[in-house]
Design a protein around this ligand. Structure first.
Ligand SMILES: NC(=O)c1ccc[n+]([C@@H]2O[C@H](COP(=O)([O-])OP(=O)(O)OC[C@H]3O[C@@H](n4cnc5c(N)ncnc54)[C@H](OP(=O)(O)O)[C@@H]3O)[C@@H](O)[C@H]2O)c1
Length: 351
């Protein structure tokens, strides 16, 4: 393995297979075996199995993901895309958009994508990982479900064997199952891991199962006055992208929360105020909630998960702020009021 840094003549520079460059430090000449792209940096950093001296293509290439080099972002190899699992989900979609906006090659991971990725079908994992230097890993449906840690361990082992060097796992706060999965990642032998451990997402109210209730004017949940530091999907995606594309996040476990504790009734009241309409909150028993969900067609295994989330994790254990956004990005997390204002302005909370 050889690390080389090559000054580029211009922005958006593409290097084709077969082109040769001199290492400015040692003077050795190298031949590129893969296409590479710079998205506007002055330097392109590689960590490839480059053979000095000639034009002989090298069969085994170990690219690194995009890295910060000096103050510039450097893209990964164009044919070694960053794998984004959950690419159609609330966070994955945002991660994908951000990487694309930076000109970074991506591969969307979803049951609808090609190649298809399905947590329940291990034969789909290797094609999704092929050539990927880094991967964003949100487990579905949730790390709390039995067997999730073992699945994450198996995926991480395959990623290591496939040459993936950087894994970014999304996790949940206060969940024993999630902590087992975090340990599985930490012990997987992957060169660089980052854990993004999140509180409840703001976007559950606007892009997920609570949207219909907000539109109906009443949110009924089996929670009382427990306080939760709701976190914004944009902050989570920003942290995940930083961890995927820049150095300095390996071995970090970030606790991501918003800047403020709110009860669920508080959050719903802020949504109503921002949307300019009445949205009420009703606290219901877990049994009544589960019966209503079951009558609405929610399958039994998902009911188990809902019960776990509401009964186990919303008991006050997460009623504290985390500093993950500031640690990872050097800025404050987004406030719930800003989220509510921006969503209301899109009209998403109006029928
Ligand atoms: N929501 C919260 O408040 C919260 C809080 C803490 C942690 N988390 C965790 O954060 C992670 C991301 O959540 P999210 O809200 O962004 O997800 P989401 O919006 O619910 O989307 C789920 C994603 O997972 C994919 N998916 C579902 N089943 C799959 C399967 N069997 N195989 C492969 N992909 C599958 C879906 O893609 P396709 O349907 O296209 O395959 C979709 O892209 C999850 O691990 C979640 O448990 C969530």
């Amino acid at each position: 393995m050889v690390g080389v840094s090559i000054p580029l003549m211009s922005r958006h520079h593409t290097i084709s297979p077969g082109q040769t460059f001199s290492n400015p430090v040692t003077g050795e000449r190298f031949t590129f075996t893969h296409t590479a792209v710079s998205t506007g940096g002055e330097l392109l950093a590689f960590d490839l199995a480059l053979r000095p001296g000639g034009a002989v293509p090298i069969p085994h290439v170990h690219p690194v993901p995009a890295v910060r080099f000096g103050s510039r972002l450097v893209s990964p190899l164009a044919d070694a895309p960053v794998l984004v699992l959950g690419a159609t989900g609330k966070i994955g979609r945002r991660v994908l958009e951000r990487l694309r906006a930076q000109g970074i090659a991506v591969r969307a991971g979803s049951r609808a994508a090609q190649p298809r990725f399905d947590w329940d079908d291990r034969s789909t994992w290797a094609p999704a990982l092929a050539g990927a230097p880094a991967a964003y890993v949100p487990f579905s449906p949730d790390l709390a479900v039995p067997g999730a840690a073992e699945t994450v361990a198996a995926f991480a082992a395959l990623a290591v064997a496939s040459g993936t060097r950087r894994l970014v796992l999304v996790s949940g706060r206060g969940e024993a199952g999630a902590e087992r999965a975090e340990r599985a990642l930490q012990e997987s032998g992957v060169a660089e891991w980052t854990i993004v451990r999140c509180s409840w997402f703001n976007q559950n109210f606007s892009e997920s199962y609570l949207l219909d209730s907000v539109l109906d004017g009443e949110v009924a949940l089996p929670v009382g006055d427990v306080a939760e530091p709701f976190v914004d999907a944009d902050d989570i995606a920003d942290v995940a992208v930083a961890a995927l594309t820049r150095d300095g996040h390996a071995g970090c476990l970030y606790e991501l929360t918003g800047p403020r504790l709110l009860t669920f009734p508080d959050a719903v009241a802020e949504i109503g105020a921002a949307a300019g309409r009445r949205v009420g909150f009703v606290s219901v028993s877990m049994d009544d909630y589960a019966s209503a969900a079951s009558a609405a067609g929610v399958p039994d295994d998902y009911l188990w998960l809902l019960r776990y989330v509401f009964e186990e994790t919303l008991d006050g254990r997460n009623a504290s702020l985390g500093d993950g956004v500031r640690l990872a990005l050097g800025r404050a997390p987004r406030d719930f009021a800003d989220y509510a204002r921006d969503v209301a302005a899109t009209g998403a909370w109006r029928r």
